[in-house]
Design a protein around this ligand. Structure first.
Ligand SMILES: [Fe+2]
Ligand SMILES: [Fe+2]
Length: 303
């Protein structure tokens, strides 16, 4: 299973990359609200032909706010998961201890980064955007599952983050440079997290019985369904935020069309891009080949 991933390699890459939140946002570094924040592959607003270009951009920015809040939310449970895992691995391989603590430190930094961007967004956008939560409840629910079930769910999140940047952002010259910088810096560190979480999942799975492995994949599906429920609720919030921001009264059919488009786009952003990621599926297959088939069968509903 991806034998080229090592704790030492991930730690060295991470130490070379290291950036500070203060270098990325604040002072002169402001969001430019004349530009879109999200790549169209994730925002999917242009298909709403009854919106003007400015309205499409506003909806795109609302999806950007939702992205900031969603990552703030999921990283709230990734951080304690990694800390708990590191706590049980404090002796033995020095590179492993340092790489895991670095991983945790980076997720704490990402929580701070997404929070700072949300503050900048709220200061400049002009109207309020609601978001699901509270994060505490989500964290409690997710962490009530087995270490392997949560680890697989986190692996999905790490790989999907990489895909968002590589496929939609890296070569995109239309986006607000500040928002693009956020996605780039996040990607730089998440690149190590995919490797470290693959090593974590592999180590945890090696100690599991086949019954525990079956249960972990069931939990992955449960956590996904929980997230999908949140996505449905958030879709309503995004549409409400759009109407507040633009003062546009959508007709019943326009509102239905927008709701369906945002739901589809959110499912692709947070579920489909992870479930169909080649490297995620490779790791899943190594643990349980039938689980890969099951995930591939479920995936079209979120793509
Ligand atoms: Fe992160
Ligand atoms: Fe991460």
């Amino acid at each position: 299973m991806q034998n080229n991933y090592t704790y030492q390699g991930a730690l060295e890459a991470s130490e070379r990359i290291g950036w500070r939140v203060e270098d990325i946002i604040g002072g002169e570094k402001r969001l430019d609200f004349t530009k879109p924040f999200m790549p169209e592959s994730l925002a999917q607003v242009k298909r709403l032909s009854f919106l003007t270009a400015a309205e499409q951009r506003t909806l795109n920015q609302i999806r950007g706010h939702e992205y900031l809040a969603m990552f703030g939310l999921v990283e709230e449970f990734i951080l304690p998961y990694v800390v708990d895992h590191a706590r049980s691995q404090l002796s033995g391989d020095d590179y492993r201890v340092r790489a895991l603590l670095q991983f945790a430190g980076e997720e704490a930094k990402h929580i701070h980064l997404f929070k700072r961007f949300r503050q900048e967004f709220e200061a400049g956008f002009g109207s309020k955007c609601d978001f699901i939560g509270p994060a505490e409840d989500v964290k409690r629910f997710v962490l009530s599952h087995s270490p392997l079930g949560v680890g697989i769910s986190i692996l999905h999140i790490e790989w999907m983050t990489l895909r968002h940047y590589i496929e939609g952002v890296r070569d995109n010259q239309d986006l607000d440079p500040q928002f693009k910088s956020l996605l780039k810096h996040h990607w730089l560190e998440e690149s190590q997290h995919t490797k470290l979480d693959t090593l974590i999942v592999k180590a945890v799975a090696a100690d599991c019985t086949s019954k525990e492995i079956d249960q972990a994949f069931q939990e992955y599906a449960e956590i996904g369904a929980f997230l999908d429920n949140g996505i449905k609720q958030q879709t309503e919030f995004d549409v409400e935020s759009f109407m507040n921001a633009t003062s546009r009264n959508l007709s019943k059919s326009e509102r239905e069309e927008m709701t369906a488009a945002v739901l589809k786009a959110m499912r692709w952003t947070y579920l489909g891009t992870g479930m169909t990621h080649r490297d995620f599926l490779t790791t899943v297959e190594k643990i349980k080949p039938e689980a890969r088939k099951q995930i591939e069968e479920m995936a079209p509903a979120f793509c």
